[in-house]
Design a protein around this ligand. Structure first.
Ligand SMILES: [Zn+2]
Length: 422
């Protein structure tokens, strides 16, 4: 099986996107930020392809968003991000609020000017970090007290403080504060786990109501504001929370609290059941996923946007991902391997550099390694999604999704096909 060389499974992920030089602030002739054009819907699945207008241009969906927590995808220049197909960069309001400070970013004209990325930017609130870094001190219905992971100093986060930080930082899409419970319910029994999910959900609702009241006062008119649906993998809770948040004044909804340690089939089942119920006329975002298999499941379920640290973090750790699978570039067998990471990859790294050279750079801790490896991995993730986007728009998503599922299967069976896994 050589599905990976099938031409319909490969494409340039930057094809059809505006060039880097063409990106910039909203023009008067562009549709109003928040406008969602539904361009195609698959007949057999819930997959769909849209164009979301933001204050810095359109986003073609489905769209994978690279993570640049502090206003940079580590090691990669903004124009290089665009060249590998990035459309939206994700930053974190919590990290930027502490380093260098939300006001500081505002003083230089906002995050777009600060990092020289003229396209759409989304900021997460940082609530997830406060809950997951175990820096949490006290949580109440008005907000959360925590100690920063920078120097342990005490701080407080509320729905208002998050929106105020996002007003200064200036992203196009602002996530509100939510209460993200631990994925396994903290090792509790079923009843206790449900109570933990319910409490987080109810508190998230209170915070969302507060954010919906404040957003028009605090954010600019062209800043979109998304709320976050909780409920773990409990479908009843998820449906209830989705219905509650869908009635509030938000431009889009996200599913949070997934890919936090629950079994993968359960996570995919949650996506399959819940994503199609999200409002059709608003963007649907799943936070913090995922692997190529997660992305396939999410797109099939009708999700428009996703973010994940996998391509960039794995790249830095030596893990290179492609249609061939995933391998560790440090492996000694690459010492004399003059082939590119993936001979059929169209990325600017595979066009010029060998596995042996990348391994050499990694072993010697050369920063050029991080830049090249991140570019290749991001190109693959963007291509993986772009192929599905094109298929939805051309009306052959079913066939392409089936072929991509075979690629994934092929990658996990050593010895089968053109394998290159470690
Ligand atoms: Zn490549």
């Amino acid at each position: 099986m050589t599905t990976s060389s099938d031409p319909e499974l490969r494409c340039d992920p930057a094809e059809g996107l505006a060039s880097f030089a063409e990106l910039g602030p909203h023009r008067p002739t562009d549709p109003r930020p928040g406008t969602l054009e539904i361009l195609a819907e698959d007949r057999e699945t819930s997959a769909r392809s849209c164009r979301l207008w933001t204050g810095h241009g359109p986003v073609e969906t489905p769209c994978f968003m690279p993570v640049g927590t502090y206003g940079a995808v580590k090691g990669v220049l903004p124009d290089e991000l665009r060249a590998v197909g990035s459309q939206v960069v994700l930053a974190n309001a919590y990290h930027l609020s502490h380093r260098p400070g939300a006001e500081r970013v505002g003083e230089v004209g906002g995050i777009h000017a600060f990092m020289h990325w003229p396209g759409p930017i989304l900021t997460d609130s940082g609530g997830y970090q406060v809950f997951s870094l175990r820096s949490l001190q006290k949580i109440d219905d008005a907000g959360v007290d925590y100690r920063t992971h920078f120097d342990g100093s005490p701080a407080r986060m509320t729905p208002r403080s998050v929106l105020e930080a996002e007003a200064s930082i200036g992203p196009d899409i602002c996530m509100i504060l939510d209460h993200c419970p631990p994925g396994d319910g903290g090792g509790a029994s079923d009843a206790a786990r449900r109570a933990i999910l319910r409490e987080a959900m109810d508190r998230t609702t209170l915070w969302a109501q507060e954010a919906a009241r404040l957003r028009r006062e605090i954010l600019r008119d062209d800043q979109l504001c998304f709320a976050i649906v909780q409920g773990g993998t409990d479908l009843e809770l998820r449906r209830e929370h989705l219905e509650t948040l869908a009635a509030l004044d938000f431009d889009g909804l996200a599913l949070g609290g997934l890919s936090v340690g629950e079994p993968i089939p359960q996570m995919h089942a949650t996506l399959e059941a819940i994503a199609p119920l999200m409002p059709r006329d608003k963007p649907r975002y799943v936070m913090g996923i995922g692997t190529p298999s997660d992305l396939l499941a999410a797109i099939r379920a009708g999700v428009d946007m996703f973010d994940c640290v996998i391509p960039s973090r794995h790249a830095r750790n030596g893990q290179l991902i492609s249609f061939l699978g995933r391998f560790n570039i440090r492996n000694g067998r690459f010492r004399r391997d003059d082939r590119p990471v993936d001979p059929s990859c169209g990325c600017p790294v595979c066009a010029r550099f060998s596995r042996a050279y990348l391994r050499h750079l990694h072993v010697h801790n050369d920063p050029l390694y991080v830049r090249l490896a991140t570019m290749h991995n991001l190109y693959f993730f963007h291509e993986w999604v772009a192929v599905q986007r094109r298929a939805i728009r051309q009306g052959n998503f079913g066939a392409v999704a089936a072929a991509l599922a075979r690629v994934l299967e092929d990658r996990t069976q050593p010895g089968k096909g053109s394998k290159s896994t470690s």
